[in-house]
Design a protein around this ligand. Structure first.
Ligand SMILES: NC(=O)c1ccc[n+]([C@@H]2O[C@H](COP(=O)([O-])OP(=O)(O)OC[C@H]3O[C@@H](n4cnc5c(N)ncnc54)[C@H](OP(=O)(O)O)[C@@H]3O)[C@@H](O)[C@H]2O)c1
Length: 311
């Protein structure tokens, strides 16, 4: 069996996915270079023994330095909500093309790219079309390429954008009716697969859709939090036409916010978020995938007792 690689660069090391990947790699004794724009926000990663390096996808010179001497790269950053020089076109498109080029120039062997479930050339949201274009650029690069395609992360789409407000204010704020069936996956579970993609030789897959068990609407999620917290559910809804109008107004000065408002105001049928392969994933990778119900229970417990650890 080949020895494990000794060095991995993680771009987006401070993100919901990057952090648990760094933790897992360090637990296995792999040398990790954690790239971030604000090292002062990454003291926890330094404490794990990761090397912190300032790198910005919009500054190619920093990518060249970050890739130097690295055997493998995980791209786990994005600019979905970005604006100005960090707008999505600069970070998700040009920035990732520059990263692929820097990795090639530095002799990086394997490049693991975090795309997204449903990414494709005809997706109604530009961000998902960009993900598709970068998948294509990576395939053409000659690098040993692996692509992760996760559904929405529970850490953001279940907790941060929804349940957190139920716990803090007793009220969910939904855009539109919140009825669309969606699939969510815990970033910790995606991290486990990312680590396998980075370390195994050969990688256990080349391009993998990743999702969690079951489907829930945003309204269901808010109700689960209220039930788990033992409080009545109150919901405010921003009507979809109003969200679309706000998106148009926001476009010139905050394209990231405009994108998210537009995406949330699309009809439920605009793009499919069903994922039906969770049982197969669990079986194939021996991975006990986190359920939304367990995730919510755990977040509610943590909110009551902030010292409790999160998954
Ligand atoms: N969240 C989801 O629901 C979801 C679903 C499917 C796929 N994905 C993909 O999974 C990957 C990880 O997402 P995430 O949710 O873990 O991210 P996240 O928590 O939103 O964090 C974003 C990360 O990107 C980094 N970043 C942003 N702009 C950057 C730039 N210009 N240069 C370098 N780094 C930059 C941030 O670093 P700083 O510390 O410097 O700000 C941060 O580490 C992304 O590719 C994302 O598109 C996410």
């Amino acid at each position: 069996m080949a020895a494990e690689p000794t060095s991995v660069l993680v771009i987006g090391a401070t993100g919901a996915l990057g952090r648990p990947v760094v933790r897992r790699l360090r637990q296995r004794g792999v040398a990790v270079r954690a790239a971030c724009r604000h090292p002062d926000l990454a003291a926890d990663l330094a404490a794990l023994g990761a090397e912190l390096m300032v790198a910005d996808l919009t500054r190619p010179a920093t990518l060249a330095s970050a890739c130097q001497g690295m055997q493998r790269v995980l791209a786990a950053a994005h600019g979905l909500l970005g604006r100005g020089r960090w707008r999505s076109e600069q970070v998700d498109d040009a920035g990732h093309r520059a990263l692929i080029q820097a990795a090639r120039a530095a002799g990086v062997r394997r490049f693991v790219y975090t795309s997204a479930f449903g990414a494709g050339p005809d997706h109604p949201v530009d961000f998902f079309r960009t993900k598709h274009h970068i998948e294509q650029a990576l395939a053409a690069s000659g690098l040993d390429a692996v692509v992760l395609r996760p559904t929405a992360f529970m850490e953001q789409h279940v907790h941060l954008f929804n349940g957190q407000a139920v716990l803090a204010k007793g009220k969910a704020s939904l855009v539109g009716p919140g009825t669309k069936p969606r699939n969510f996956v815990c970033a910790e579970d995606v991290a486990e697969l990312a680590v396998q993609a980075l370390l195994a030789d050969p990688p256990p897959f080349r391009r993998l859709d990743i999702g969690g068990p079951g489907h829930h609407s945003n309204h269901d999620i808010a109700a689960l939090y209220a039930q788990a917290a033992g409080i009545p559910l109150r919901v405010s809804q921003l009507p979809a036409p109003l969200a679309r109008a706000m998106s148009t107004l926001a476009q010139p000065f905050h394209p990231g916010l405009a994108r998210v408002l537009r995406m949330l105001s699309l009809p439920d049928t605009a793009f499919d978020e069903h994922f039906h392969a969770a049982a197969e994933l669990q079986h194939r990778f021996g991975l006990p995938l986190t359920t939304v119900e367990d995730f919510v229970q755990q977040r509610v417990r943590q909110a009551r007792s902030p010292r409790a650890t999160t998954t």
